[in-house]
Design a protein around this ligand. Sequence first.
Ligand code: ITT
Length: 221
Amino acid sequence: MVTFVTTNPGKIHEAQEYLDEPVEQLDFDYPEVQADNLATVAAHGARAAYEHTGEPVIVDDSGLTIEALGGFPGPYSSYVEDKLGIERVWKLTEAEEKRSGAFRAVIAYCDGEGFAATPEPVDRGGSEDDQRRGQDLAADERPSATTDEQVAGGEDAIPVKLFEGVVPGEIVAPRGDGGFGFDPIFEYDGKTFAEMDTDEKNAVSHRGRALAKFAEWYATR
Ligand code: ITT
């Protein structure tokens, strides 16, 4: 069983469809740190959720970045979806010549233990170096080459394992009524995410890609 700490039922639904393990939602609104990268937010969230529950947990911090808008809304996606709405984000993007964007997700796992070295990075909290590495992770579309050994310092903090997924696409006028959030305005290979069923979306999405890495690693844990 995997405890997924989130207030977003859309994330749970996708993880449940993807993972062989049963996924339990823990609707705990952990305090989100102000940071402009997903990895830092996810790592702090996983640590806070683990400290709250005492159980192994995953959290997912994710968002949409729109190139012509300087990466907006990025880590503020949830807030922008709530306050502006996706139609207005589409209107902002429609005025631009280039409409490429990307969804990114970082899944953070914490069970209070340390981790053996693997290609997935570990956040040990706090230091500016870690924060910078987090930024690199979120900004880079290629799989991160950071290893556990390369992430030094902050030895007092509980280690958190990070799994990243990115999917590039185009921002389009809203179509489809599946999925959640910005899915109706995000097109991949001719279809918006809201026009895909959950399996189709998971096969290509940022969350699906992060879940794939997590599942492969978790099976060995
Ligand atoms: P929790 O923090 O409780 O998990 P949340 O929805 O607030 O729930 P985030 O802070 O990670 O989660 O914000 C993610 C936002 O990014 C989400 O609310 C959507 O607006 C957007 N988003 C992320 N993944 C998405 C997806 O697969 N489809 C559509 N929108 C997505």
